[in-house]
Design a protein around this ligand. Structure first.
Ligand SMILES: Nc1ncnc2c1ncn2[C@@H]1O[C@H](COP(=O)(O)OP(=O)(O)OP(=O)(O)O)[C@@H](O)[C@H]1O
Ligand SMILES: [Mg+2]
Length: 262
């Protein structure tokens, strides 16, 4: 059976989605989503960043934005996704668009499957105007995470060298591979002391995936632990604007090249 043109269009747009997920909380998903968006924008890409941590959204906080609209207005039907988009722009004029979540209210923490699919469909439609649409997801493997990562685009699984992060990343990969066979999964090891430590952590998750799931997600990048990351988050300024020469900045630029090219 051949695909209809509509199915093909949907697939083409879905391939522009890049989900950032992890299983374990606090491994750097939000920081990575913001910084990767900025790096891709710096490389000339047209980027939309969606804050998909629906219960505890904080992309806007890391970017120092104060949006007056958020996903809440889309959920109630008052506004379209396009209407709630705002813009991050650095001092050099590099910019990308942001769809803010609903910070701190917790009100969006338990949306119905139907609403989650509506958000995913809306993001796929928005992808027609962008090179990439990044989705910063919540920790865990609840329905918001599994529904928003069920697409044909990339799924970046962020982990650290911590064994609990490896276990949770594996759980996320297992669920995703079951619910979304053929998912374009790859691994980012963040917050490591050295490249070697990152490579060892990647080898461990790769072995588990190959042994038990018969899949072999590639390594997308290794990001070093860098005090400049913490400083940039505290200052609510993206790392590439505040510390463009830092180690973590160059690691993120390398990741951006892989993500944009693959
Ligand atoms: N490469 C790094 N170097 C140094 N610190 C880092 C690095 N990456 C992340 N961190 C630290 O980890 C903290 C958590 O990051 P972040 O909020 O992005 O995690 P998260 O995975 O989005 O968390 P949550 O699961 O709660 O959404 C940051 O505030 C920062 O202190
Ligand atoms: Mg987060």
């Amino acid at each position: 059976m051949t695909d209809s043109p509509m199915t093909r269009d949907k697939e083409t747009l879905e391939r522009r989605l890049i989900t950032v997920a992890s299983g374990k909380g606090g491994v750097g998903k939000t920081w990575l989503s913001c910084t990767l968006s900025h790096a891709l924008a710096t490389a000339g890409k047209n980027i939309l960043l969606f804050d998909g941590d629906l219960g505890l959204a904080n992309v806007d906080i890391q970017l120092g934005l104060m949006p007056d609209r958020d996903l809440g207005q889309f959920i109630t039907g008052e506004m379209s996704l396009r209407d709630i988009a705002c813009r991050y722009e650095d001092q050099g004029g590099t910019h990308f668009d942001v769809l803010p979540g609903k910070s701190g209210s917790g009100a969006l923490g338990s949306l119905t499957k139907e609403t989650l699919v509506k958000i995913r469909t809306g993001l796929t439609a928005m992808a027609s105007r962008y090179d990439h649409v990044l989705l910063d997801l919540a920790a865990g493997i609840d329905p918001s995470v599994t529904t928003l990562s069920k697409h044909k685009g990339k799924v970046l699984v962020v982990m650290t060298a911590d064994p609990t992060s490896l276990t949770d990343a594996y759980a996320f990969i297992k669920i995703t591979a079951m619910r979304n066979p053929g998912a374009d999964l790859s691994i980012v090891v963040n917050n490591v002391a050295s490249k070697r430590e990152g490579e060892k952590a990647y080898e461990a998750i790769k072995r588990a995936c190959e042994g038990f799931l018969k899949i072999s997600p590639p390594l997308a990048g290794i990001i070093k632990n860098d005090a400049k990351v913490v400083d940039a988050i505290r200052a609510q300024v993206p790392l590439l604007a505040r510390h463009p020469q830092s180690e973590a900045a160059s690691d993120i630029k390398a990741l951006a090249a892989v993500v944009a090219g693959r």
